[in-house]
Design a protein around this ligand. Structure first.
Ligand code: PMT
Length: 400
């Protein structure tokens, strides 16, 4: 549970997306957060306070003049007892008031009176979102260190299509989890690879491996949570990327190398999580290879370029981090790879622990020796790896 012990004050303003705030409440509770809900008058026309009361297990604040609640100061105390104030959905009207310090109703008053960070998940018609007034208000809020989550593009309740849909509840929860992570890589640029590569034999067959991309996507998410600008070069995987990642999809090792080399300039960190094929067929037939009845064809292989080693050998390389998946002798082989590729840090995992699943067991190897991490979900391990990378960036000779 990623939000254990966190107190979330959830403000729901008027808009059709208000119904999604019910699901959002459920997901927040599922991550261990304590949730208190306040609703604008308009929001109560879309969903009833009873829904949020039943879901959150707490009374719902709807009336700034409710003298019976908290000595008549409920709107002041509401966000004072929270770790974050999240307004979802946030209407254009609410954004305008929040940007200008107006406090003439419940939601704008408790926002102005807050003593905690503010995150907003806008939801409105795309013309309202793109209007000069809303653009100005969003710029003001961003300048005031308010986190603006989304919005997304797509079909809207009014039947039109465009930017202005509220993020899905699960995406908002992901953003909230990110909000509570230390910003260890703020301002840094991270380039990385993930997933397998696929080396074509003919148009329908090829050589590949069982990497699911999960470890790499977890590292991408952890780096982004830590404040980095992340570019992910990803082999063929079926999983979606975390939000806020620039993803370049590739198929073969040669394509992966080309994409990496195109983007490596100006990067602070390069992380090779991909299980890159060491070899590819020398010739990929452009026609499907037919069964002839003769002895089976022999596929001649040639070695692929080592992307990580090439990046590490650049004149002014980023901090290079590798991964090593082994079936045995993990420490010996991982160290050997670290030295051969001349990289400061490598994360070793055993194939049985790491390939495919949701969890992994990592051991980090660097100049200080080895550091075994407890078996854990891949995201938890990725955050520890990011912490180590941040320490190395700070001081390349940092002792753990
Ligand atoms: O995707 P998952 O299912 O979550 O599984 C994750 C994983 C097991 C694939 C991942 O944790 C992992 O260990 N990735 C590296 C796999 C591996 O063994 O790579 P390698 O030993 O072939 O290469 C060592 C390092 O060099 C790696 O950082 C690799 O990305 C890099 N490399 C290798 C060959 C090559 N031609 N170019 C490279 O850049």
């Amino acid at each position: 549970m990623e939000l254990e012990g966190k107190r979330v004050a959830l403000g729901v303003t008027g808009g059709i997306a208000a119904y999604k705030a019910a699901e959002l409440t459920r997901l927040l509770l599922g991550q261990g957060a304590a949730v208190r809900v306040a609703m604008s008058e308009a929001a109560t026309h879309f969903v009833t306070p009873t829904t949020f009361q039943a879901l959150s297990g707490n009374p719902v604040l709807t009336d700034p003049w409710d003298a019976s609640a908290a000595g008549g100061m409920a709107h002041i105390r509401f966000s004072r007892e929270a770790d974050v104030l999240l307004i979802a959905p946030a209407s254009a009207n609410f954004l305008a008031k929040a940007a200008n310090g107006i406090a003439d109703d419940l939601m704008s008053t408790l926002t102005l009176a807050r003593d905690c960070p503010l995150l907003v998940a806008p939801a409105m018609n795309h013309r309202m979102w793109n209007s000069p007034a809303t653009r100005r208000n969003v710029a003001t809020l961003t300048g005031d260190a308010v986190g603006v989550l989304g919005p997304a593009s797509g079909g809207q309740a009014c039947g039109e299509t465009g930017e202005g849909r509220m993020l899905e509840p699960a995406q908002i929860v992901e953003e909230l989890i990110a909000h509570f992570q230390p910003r260890r890589l703020a301002g840094k640029r991270v380039l990385m690879t993930a997933g397998p590569t696929f080396e074509a034999i003919d148009p329908v067959r090829g050589l590949t491996n069982l990497s699911s991309g999960r470890m790499g996507l977890a590292v991408a998410r952890a780096a982004r949570e830590a404040g980095a600008e992340v570019t992910l070069v990803c082999g063929p995987v079926s999983l979606p990327s975390p939000r806020g990642i620039a993803r370049i999809d590739v198929t073969s090792a040669l394509e992966m190398r080309a994409a990496v080399m195109r983007h490596v300039a100006g990067q602070d960190v390069f992380i090779g999580v991909a299980a890159v094929a060491d070899y590819r067929p020398r010739i990929a037939s452009d026609q499907k290879i037919k069964k002839t009845g003769h002895p089976p064809p022999v596929i001649e292989l040639v070695e692929n370029p080592d992307i990580l080693a090439e990046v590490a050998a650049l004149p002014d390389p980023p901090l290079c981090v590798g991964f090593a998946a082994e079936t045995r002798n993990l420490a010996e082989y991982a160290e050997k790879k670290r030295r051969a590729k001349k990289i400061p840090l490598i994360a070793g995992n055993l194939i049985g622990d790491g390939f495919g699943g949701e969890t992994n067991t990592l051991t980090l190897f660097d100049d200080d020796g080895r550091h075994a991490l407890e078996p854990a979900p891949k995201l938890a391990l990725a955050r520890q790896l990011v912490a180590r990378i941040a320490a190395l960036l700070e001081n390349p000779h940092a002792a753990r």
